[in-house]
Design a protein around this ligand. Sequence first.
Ligand code: SIN
Ligand code: FE2
Length: 221
Amino acid sequence: MTGAVSDTLDAAALAAPAELKGVRIHQALLPPAAQAALLEDIRAVVRAAPLVRPVTPGGRAMSVRMTAAGDFGWITDSAGYRYERRHPSGVPWPPIPARVRAIWDAVAETDRAPECCLINWYADGARMGLHQDRDEGDFGCPVVSVSLGDDALFRVGGTERRAPTRSIWLRSGDVAVMGGAARLAWHGVDRTRFASSPLLPDGGRINLTLRVVTPPDAGAA
Ligand code: SIN
Ligand code: FE2
């Protein structure tokens, strides 16, 4: 997509991503003004669909808090990992903000639209263990990850749990694309550097992941 919204992305970052085990990382794709605008969009989503602390099917509270925008949100509780059309409170998820959608359109290289924008909130000390994103119905579409706020040490492995891993610090404004052979790569966040970003002077990290949830036929236009 072209137009006013995507014009706020950095052209050099768009054209020349870094690469880590098949994950494309567009470093500093979002200039500071674009990050600030995105933050306001996310704050509006969180007002409508408040952050919740998810609990794994095994009964462990996750350190990251979550909400979502779009047709589906990813949730976990004692009933398992899954996508749902409503927030646990019963309200529908708010729509994916146009500025978030524009990032997908610029980097995802697919005709399909994102159906979920998962919002992860990392307070000081939060982390996310190594996992694969495999609850979606179309692995031909990437997962696009947007970082805002504190720096995060992002670890990426292979499609086998035991494959060697490599790590990179993701910074506010970076956009990572897990597609192709890296779509099912194991990945996680070992730690954040609390209050490292001027975007959130009180500290914390927001990660957005955009996903296509339904199988190819169900989503065809
Ligand atoms: C995720 O894998 O869902 C989150 C990745 C991140 O926070 O950078
Ligand atoms: Fe993930």
